[in-house]
Design a protein around this ligand. Sequence first.
Ligand code: 13P
Length: 340
Amino acid sequence: MSIQTDLQATIEDMVKKGKGILAADESDPTIAKRFKPINVESTEENRRIWRSLLLTTPGLGDFISGVILFEETLTQKTDDGTPLPQMAEKQGIVPGIKVDKGKIPLVNAPGDMITQGLDGLADRLKVYKEQGARFAKWREVYPIDTHNPKPLGVTANAEVLARYAAICQSVGIVPIVEPEVLIDGDHTIDRCFEVIEVVQHAVYQALHRYGVILEHTILKPSMVTPGKEHATSASPEEVAENTVKVLRRSVPAAVPSINFLSGGQTDEEATANLNAMNAMSTNQPWELSFSYGRALQQPALHTWQGKAENHKAAQDALHKRARLNGAARYGKYAMEMEKD
Ligand code: 13P
């Protein structure tokens, strides 16, 4: 297959009505943070057990079309010896891989960050592809403060995302482009809107400069919300209206799918907000979907508690969140469905 055919086939397998992406790509420090409240030590074996539990959930493929894995997971196996990327494919879920190496402060832009990992990326991607990965994810982070992100932060992060995306496409890997505008802070929803608009314009200008084919990309943005410490929260309708408005201003119609991160929203908020967008937007140029980590995994993790006897109940909890987000893809989620 040519690289273009490969990329198109991956997009078609990932962008499906009623489905979204499961982010299970926590780095070692992040998964340790997630395991701590349930007193599970972050050993390689415990991470294997947890991620096998997720990927062997019966019927997961009915609502999940892609899974983002961490490097280590590509070589781990289920109890019966099936490699985890193969387990995903068996469920009709495309395996992908987080390829960035985390963030560091951006020199000369105090408060802003930049993500590392471009050196040797093409070679790493070729190995990941042999191990079964068909798409990749790279996250840039933008804190909101009075003077952040700074113009340098906006430009530098956009350049890195574009270089990453171009490298991915050159080896037949679909890039998920993730400019995460952080929810931390007491800013208003209007300030969040303003920052996301500036960030996304810069990202799409850079993607154009680097020759990235937008039809073969997925955007993973933050929703437009007030900061977590803001005095009042916003209704799903308010989040939906603002988010769709900023997307229409800044994301070209050639992009096939927009898969939001949950970014610290509760699982129910993330589902209700996505639902409100799909309920109000019947004729948007792109799919409006999810690529949730915490909002899909949290209830399952708390049910599991690291105990084999909770395995099935934890899978049921994951299946429920996947199903409810699947309903939100059609704007057909309702709060009462939480009680099922
Ligand atoms: P959250 O949905 O927990 O924000 O995770 C998504 C993700 O992949 C962040 O990079």
